[in-house]
Design a binder for this molecule. Sequence first.
Ligand SMILES: [Zn+2]
Length: 430
Amino acid sequence: MKLIIHRGTKEIGGSCVELKTEKARILIDFGMPLVDAKKEKFDFKELIGKSIEELKELNVLPNIKGLYNNEEKSIDAILISHSHMDHYRFLNYVHKDIPIYMSKGADELIKISGIFTPNKLNKINSKVINKKYFNIGDIKVTPYLVDRSAFDALAFLIEADGKRLFYSGDFRGHGRKRALFNQILENPPKDIDCLLIEGSMIGSGDQVYENEVAIEKKIADILKSANNITFFFASSQNIDRIVSAYKACLRANSTFVVDIYTAYILDRLRKVSKHIPQFNWRNIRVKFYKDQADTLANQVSTQTLYYYNTKKIDIEELKKKKDKILMFSRDKSIFPRIVKELDNVEGAKIIYSMWDGYLVPDFEEYCAKKGLIIEKVHTSGYATIDDLKAFSDALKPGVLIPIHTFEPERYRSLFQNVKILRDEEVFTLS
Ligand SMILES: [Zn+2]
């Protein structure tokens, strides 16, 4: 079996891995980069109006034969580890007949992004993984559910030509699914010849909040002492975090107010897990925004909108109960509208529960002017260095290859049997 990392040996985001035998070729992940060649934020507007050939020239798309929709296909399948754009967003360019395998949760979230955000994928040949393992030609694939801020995220065991490779995907051990991480530590896949392991947290400093339970407790404490409304900034697709916020509301006897987009995500994932809070559960209400309501009615159904309407909360009620409200306000364009409607937000807190790289000076100035207090309450979606070490100690790979990291060289001081590859280098497992 041969391995080529097309992107990911020295950066976080845009991972793309190829595995091939004499008879089959597969890719794992095909995401949009987060940074450009100068390590500056990758601007997706770069893609607009450019052909596949132009994007290859610019080294935005990797040069992979038989992958794209302007040629004859020779890639047999693509596996997607989870529903973050840095792992799937380039699927738009792939040949429409290539089967794309992913979890049920990832499939739902990718589809919902296409409805509510500008991230609409072209039609792809998606296949929900519902088996313990499956074969693509002579390559055997076994998915492993992992703990991650992306819902229903997978790692993959790949077996071919008598070799066993494990692709960690992005994972962590301090989320609400730590049990999955522990299961792998206790009962790791055996005889792993090669481990591709992410290292997003290597070189990124320590965490303030240890895990999701610590986040839940902190949110509850803030709610208990609130004397105005509390805003909650997080990704609507970060289900672990939404569960933490909801549980905090139950502890503080506050009401969690979500928008229609978030209510719809939770609703769609009901089929995947019955532990996900729903709009019709106690202490949850829905705030309507016209654009979201129109999108739901036009692209999903008016019936769904009627359901959510039964739990709608209006501005007068929000004002009345303000010190008992946790208001989901992820979108910075929606946020000033709510602030305006509420009149007085002096002393209100914003629980900032996402990566603080998104926190721009403009926004901080705006908050200061309105008397809003930003409080960062976040824990990373990625594994800590201790957990990465525990993971590699459990798998004891013959070779450990860095991926999804800005710090490949630092792997040598943390792990055994490290082999650093370059993007596009062909590595033969032997
Ligand atoms: Zn990633």
